[in-house]
Design a binder for this molecule. Structure first.
Ligand code: SF4
Length: 240
């Protein structure tokens, strides 16, 4: 059995990569189309099932995915890759296993709290009756879960139409518009929410595509604008 997670992807039930709503020709729709035409399906988010995706979202806070993979491999080797197993595992035993992901004592507590919530809401089926905003609020109420983690769990593990904003998105948008300050999380999410259809697969792809762009072109230093699919609509890129 391969323990490598990079090319595995979980899709919540009902989502089909071929069924993506028309993004339109507005600002975000044009970005989506340009990125899709260049990169295609970003194959996002890695994981084998909903819980593994959710756990990965917690583990990836402030660390690279390669470190998360090591932590997930450790969990798999011990059979602790379900929410039930995390609930039954002592926090002090869990922490050293996820050490590769960093902040392991904090993340062990976060995983334990998320696993409790998962049992009460997801495994019980109660999550189905929660609206998107209610679900987000519940996730945000968990210790150590901020907007990015909450939206990522809601979108990638539970198939809700919530756009995940991250530092890549903020950096890309600031450069596209020639802004000195990066736009806030909430302002970007509201903008996307108002313009694009509330389609979970579309929003799933858009976030993944921005990550791909940010790793291949719109890097923190020395962005590679020359071959960037967004150069024609970018203030910074047009000055290169
Ligand atoms: S043109 Fe350059 S600055 Fe603009 S989005 Fe592309 S890589 Fe980033």
């Amino acid at each position: 059995m391969s323990l490598h997670l990079e090319r595995e992807r979980f899709l919540p039930s009902g989502l089909d990569t071929k069924l993506v709503a028309d993004p339109g020709n507005g600002f975000w729709g044009s970005i989506y189309t340009a990125l899709w035409e260049r990169f295609g399906d970003p194959y996002w988010w890695p994981g084998r099932d909903a819980w593994e995706v959710a756990a990965g979202e917690v583990l990836t806070q402030n660390t690279a995915w390669t470190n998360v993979e090591q932590a997930l491999v450790g969990l798999r080797e011990r059979g602790w890759i379900t929410a039930d197993a995390i609930r039954l595992t002592d926090q002090d035993e869990l922490a050293p296993v996820i050490r590769p992901a960093g902040y392991f004592n904090q993340k062990a507590r976060k995983l334990k709290e998320l696993a409790e919530w998962w049992g009460n809401r997801v495994e019980s089926g109660a999550v189905e009756s929660l609206g998107d905003d209610e679900l987000r609020d519940e996730l945000l109420a968990l210790w150590g879960v901020g907007p990015e983690t909450a939206d990522a769990i809601a979108c990638y593990a539970l198939g809700r139409p919530l756009f995940v904003v991250d530092t890549y998105t903020q950096r890309m948008l600031a450069r596209l518009r020639g802004l000195e300050e990066r736009p806030s999380y909430d302002s970007i999410q509201s903008e996307v929410d108002e313009e694009l259809p509330r389609d979970p697969m579309l929003l799933n792809h858009l976030h993944g595509l921005i990550v791909v762009l940010s790793k291949e072109h719109c890097t923190a230093r020395n962005p590679q604008c020359g071959d960037c699919p967004l150069q024609a609509r970018c203030v910074v890129g047009s000055q290169v």
